[in-house]
Design a protein around this ligand. Structure first.
Ligand SMILES: [Ca+2]
Ligand SMILES: [Ca+2]
Ligand SMILES: [Ca+2]
Length: 193
């Protein structure tokens, strides 16, 4: 019975699908207001811009001036709003970036350092990019007209990640299973006669 419990415990720690987490930036309260950092499920996500506009349903940049939309990425003040971002320290995969309020007049990009630049669209933007440890600074930026517009601006709603088990931990789990399973096979079955 102890072997069964140990085996089940190992499998519980290492499910076939790695743990997924969605860091929701709408209404977020930064755990570190200086570095604009969010900590969730072991993943640290940090931003470089000092003035974010955060509402219950949107997350954007409140740039200097009154002509932008504070809780969206836009160019209403005559400059394209952008922010750097980085994450770590665990091995993880960035599955997707979720964008909303992205209308026909909007344009934006995400630039992953060393990987390339990709146009954003409304909804779930799938990337499936693996990262190991703390990352370099990547960028999300407005690329539409740098002037106010009725529907201009998009919200950076959040990031989908899943964690990748450390190779040493995975090896430990594999060894534990290798130890337990032969003991289970050798255990004689009870008979009723
Ligand atoms: Ca502003
Ligand atoms: Ca703005
Ligand atoms: Ca818009």
């Amino acid at each position: 019975m102890r072997s069964v419990i140990l085996t089940l415990s190992v499998l519980a720690f290492y499910p076939l699908s790695a743990q997924a987490t969605f860091i929701d930036l709408r209404g977020v309260v930064f755990s570190d207001p200086i570095s604009h950092r969010v900590l969730q499920d072991g993943i640290s996500l940090s931003f470089s811009v000092p003035t974010f506009g955060i509402s219950p349903t949107r997350f954007g940049i409140d740039s200097a001036g009154d002509n932008d939309v504070p809780d969206l990425f836009d160019g209403g003040n005559g400059v394209a709003e952008s922010t750097g971002f980085s994450f770590g320290p665990l091995n993880a995969v960035l599955d997707s970036i979720v964008i909303s309020n992205f209308d026909g007049d909007d344009a934006g990009i995400v630039n992953f350092k060393g990987v390339g630049e990709f146009p954003l669209q409304n909804g779930v933007n799938v990337f499936s990019l693996p990262f190991s440890g703390a990352t370099s600074l990547h960028f999300i930026a407005w690329r539409g007209p740098n002037s106010p517009g009725e529907t201009r601006g998009f919200s950076l709603d959040g990031f989908n990640f899943h964690l990748v088990p450390e190779p040493s931990s995975l090896l430990l789990a594999t060894c534990a299973l290798a130890f337990c399973l032969p003991r289970l096979r050798r255990r004689p079955r009870r008979t009723t006669d």
